[in-house]
Design a protein around this ligand. Sequence first.
Ligand SMILES: Cc1cc2nc3c(=O)[nH]c(=O)nc-3n(C[C@H](O)[C@H](O)[C@H](O)COP(=O)(O)O)c2cc1C
Length: 177
Amino acid sequence: MKSVQLNEFWRLASRPEIIAWAVAQHEGRRSICPLGWKMRTSFAPPMVAVSIAPKRFTHGLIAASGEFVLSWPGEDQAEATYFCGTHSGQNTDKFAEMGFTTLPARHIQVPLIAECAAHIECRVRGRLETGDHTIFAAEVLGAWIAEPPRRLLCSIHPSSGAEILLQRGGYSFGVVR
Ligand SMILES: Cc1cc2nc3c(=O)[nH]c(=O)nc-3n(C[C@H](O)[C@H](O)[C@H](O)COP(=O)(O)O)c2cc1C
């Protein structure tokens, strides 16, 4: 047993961690924010929570519009996840940079990214400031899964037994086989 920094602890203890993208838009601006920090919080109504730092461009879009899509990238989207997670929508149109195709959602204005493996449509019902992040609690209004279903991209740690697909800039992406 050794005493460690919290960063090292969470890199081990929270992996593999399925990644989702918070996708948001407001008044013609849009962005894609990869997230590790998201969870289900209620069956009825179905609800989720996402934790997003106020300095993210996506934070302002969600706060202003009150809605977002949560999209799960597939195993072929490690590069896109790294790009979207290291650039800000403040000065980059990530949809255009990535060449994504959008599809209309059923319940909200934010589009679905056709290249992703799964999506839920979310409307914000509450928020909580927690340290340097904001938790947005949102009701899930619709759910979509690619056909055929695809393996989901994870943040991984070498000890987790998962296969590493991309290691870059301190991030490790992979899949559980
Ligand atoms: C694997 C991964 C997980 C991330 N998880 C979170 C998270 O849970 N919350 C958060 O606020 N930012 C998280 N980020 C950082 C944002 O995705 C990143 O700052 C992004 O560029 C923000 O884009 P935006 O400014 O257009 O919103 C993560 C990034 C990566 C690559």
